[in-house]
Design a binder for this molecule. Structure first.
Ligand SMILES: [Zn+2]
Length: 166
């Protein structure tokens, strides 16, 4: 993927996350995400969720490299794209309070308007290393049991914010 072009195109968008956690241990990491995206050219926003993931990459028109997500607006036909900036992916740990930036997107011609935290979250016990895969945060909470710590773990009152970087 073409990384050096990121700063020349589009405005990076930061996703901030907040979650209250039960128990002492826990690191929460975002690996995949669903978003609702609006065309910045004509304002068209499809009423369905669109999926942006680091695991996929699509070619941009005219050999301009690749992006995590490429789409053509149904209304104005403009091609736009979103790229996940891999180095920006962070973790939300049990020591964190309030909102914390966990991922930056390079948006060209698209703007995220909403976010559905439904799949692909991973949590890890800080001391135990117990991994919890495929956590679903659609209901904004998640509970499980860490056998090694003999304690219940959970995420509650999950919230997100998008920030536009100038
Ligand atoms: Zn459009």
């Amino acid at each position: 993927m073409v990384r050096e072009s990121i700063l020349h195109w589009g405005c990076p968008v930061i996703l901030h996350l907040e979650a209250k956690q039960e128990g002492k241990k826990g690191i929460w990491k975002l690996i995949e995400r669903d978003k609702q995206l609006k065309c910045t050219n004509c304002g068209e926003a499809p009423d369905h969720w669109q999926y942006v993931t680091l695991l996929e990459s699509s070619p941009l028109k005219g050999g301009r490299g690749h992006a995590s997500f490429v789409s053509k607006c149904k209304l104005c036909s403009r091609e736009s794209s979103i790229d996940i900036i891999p180095d920006s992916i962070g973790k939300y740990s049990s020591d964190d309070e309030g909102f914390k930036s966990v991922v930056h997107f390079d948006c060209r011609g698209l703007e995220p308007v909403d976010f559905d935290a439904r799949v692909g979250w991973v949590a890890e016990g800080t001391d135990t290393g117990t991994r919890f895969e495929d956590i679903d945060l659609k209901e904004k909470e998640w509970v499980d049991y860490d056998d090694k710590a003999k304690a219940s773990v959970g995420i509650y009152e999950f919230e997100h914010q998008f920030h536009k970087e100038k």
